[in-house]
Design a binder for this molecule. Sequence first.
Ligand code: HEC
Ligand SMILES: [Cu+2]
Length: 394
Amino acid sequence: MRLITTQLARKGLLVLSRAAAFPALLATSAATWAAPGDAVVDEAKRWVVNMTEGVTAVSREIFDLHMLIFWICVAIAVVVFGVMFWSMLMHRKSVGAKAASFHESTMVEIAWTVLPFVILVLMAIPATSSLIKIYDTSEADIDIKIVGYQWKWQYEYLGEDVSFFSNLTTSQDEIYGRAPRGEHYLLEVDEPLVIPINKKVRFLITANDVLHAWWVPALAVKRDAIPGYINDAWTIVEEPGIYRGQCAELCGKAHGFMPIVVHAMEEQDYNDWLVEKKKEAVEIAKMNELILPLDEMYARGEEVYLQSCAACHGVDGKGGVGPSMVGTAITTGPMQGHVDVLVNGVQGSAMQAFGNQLSELDLAAVVTYERNAWGNNMGDMVQAVDVLNYKKNQ
Ligand code: HEC
Ligand SMILES: [Cu+2]
């Protein structure tokens, strides 16, 4: 208890001393957010309490609207509290003030109904004009479908045959305090969403399992991802840079582990990236035709396992959110059943269908790994072509 009190006191002092430097901090914040690229978290920014300005026309407009309303509130507060304190001071008993004894002033009643009404209508005018802009998703140059999963995002470039998953890359060691935290702790992914600058990008946002929300503050985009329903949003980023965000709807155990990274680049770089991505897809298709020896499948499977499965089944296969993988009827039983769990998931459980999330090669590798790791020692393996055939024949 004493510890908590002293800690609270210390924290309070810190906040007070920081608050004294508040105006200076506001100025630094504007500078950091205006800078393109990946802003380093500096101590000054950590303590900024105002909203951030963002990097798009819409985000700046929202910021200006926020400031406008803020100053209107300040003005109202000054007037109301001013009158209140002035009356208390000038009409106190010790200077002999006598209370007035009137009842029901029609003038006052009308004034305090009409005045707030007028103020609200005045505030609604700029707010509505901003909202209309935010919701105008027409005439987009690029359409990207975003799907929320427990717990990752999938990005699909419509009409381009490019689709991939974006997974958290912060290591388990950092999360459990066994290694120092990196600069982008819990805000880093293996494959960021890539978009070109100065193009209108429309996002079609939905979810595969439960509610999620796609939120990137710097772009002022925050939209719910709802299973069976598509929400849209848009952005035009003006400066190349890396912008980070998070899922903003409580979506289960690893809600804090599905960050968003948007990499905005020059149009030429974006086009090159797209070409590269399409080549990759062709290569993956080729890889699926390979027949690999057991040790290579095992090594590949271990990588896939650590990336996609360990969060639920444990690094050592002993379980967590999901059951243990050691010596179970599935992992040491018939191959067919094992492949089926991976491809189709287990209905109504956290075990999702990985059939369209992992390549056939990766599916085969992870099954091979599970059957041979942690003392399961089955000695058998599956090849990509087997998984492909299984999918075709089911
Ligand atoms: C979001 C958490 C989660 C992730 C990620 C996950 N699983 Fe599962 N898994 C589960 C749960 C929960 C079950 C138990 C399902 C049931 O039977 O109700 C399960 C069941 C299984 C089973 C069958 C268990 C048995 O009885 O032997 C296998 C095999 C399996 N998972 C493999 C994998 C592999 C391989 C991956 C990675 C590609 C993976 N899982 C990723 C949660 C997860
Ligand atoms: Cu989520």
